[in-house]
Design a binder for this molecule. Structure first.
Ligand SMILES: *Cc1c(COP(=O)(O)O)cnc(C)c1O
Length: 226
């Protein structure tokens, strides 16, 4: 129940200033998060609303909390007052709910749209058409309390790095296309490409990622299925 400081330091050094490291602390105790916090780390990622809310209450208030799981509309209200970035937006309905709760909390909430790039059916996210539809919808119905900052995706769970690379490259292309086609007012904020985890972050960075979400390499293995 202790973090791997050496691994953290070498990843942080490797990423440098151009790639944001989100330390994925899901299922890990607040003591582990504090250990990393003490080293100066501030960006942490969580997948479950209740767990995130409970940790946020217990931990220092300058932590930037990233919600990286699948977010249900009826749970937005619990994280809206403090969340730094929601990575997994996958519907216009959810975006509207985020906007509504942002207004209530008097905040503008940063969001990424999740794109489905993996072969597995089970992974969440939009396909290319749904993504374009959502962005067109947002551009024509601007939301004052939502900042659309970019895209997020997860590659297939495979050892085959050619497959993984091709999937990341596809996401990068979608990101570039959108950046070139959206109105300037949106484009200036559209600058985050969140892709890469413990097993594939190096490939993700080679393919243009500027935000990686790393759990097990820093905090150690989780139990199966999480
Ligand atoms: C758990 C999780 C991660 C981190 O996974 P590791 O393989 O432990 O680095 C990253 N992104 C998402 C969306 C996750 O659910």
């Amino acid at each position: 129940m202790s973090i791997n400081k050496e691994s953290y330091k070498s990843i942080a050094a490797e990423l440098g200033d151009d790639v944001t490291l989100v330390a994925v602390s899901k299922t890990k105790p607040v003591e582990d998060i504090l250990e990393l916090y003490t080293l100066g780390h501030r960006d942490f990622g969580e997948n479950y609303v209740q767990e995130l809310v409970s940790k946020q209450e217990q931990l220092p208030k300058d932590i930037r909390w990233h919600f990286i799981g699948h977010l249900q509309s009826n749970k937005v209200k619990f994280i809206a007052p403090f969340v730094h970035l929601i990575h997994g937006v996958d519907s216009f309905k959810l975006l509207k709910e985020i906007n509504k709760n942002g207004e209530r909390s008097n905040r503008t909430i940063n969001c990424l749209v999740q794109v489905h790039i993996a072969r597995e059916e089970t992974k969440f996210g939009l396909d290319e058409n749904e993504l374009n539809e959502l962005v067109i919808n947002l551009v024509s119905h601007p939301m004052k309390h939502v900042n659309l900052l970019g895209l997020m995706g997860m590659a297939s769970l495979t050892e085959n790095m050619d497959t993984v690379r091709a999937e990341f490259r596809r996401l990068r292309n979608l990101y570039d296309q959108l950046q070139n086609s959206i109105p300037v007012a949106f484009r200036i904020k559209f600058q985050i490409l969140s892709m890469g985890m413990s097993g594939d972050f190096k490939v993700a960075i080679e393919e243009g990622s500027n935000m990686v979400r790393i759990g097990s390499l820093i905090f150690g293995d989780r139990n199966q299925g999480t």
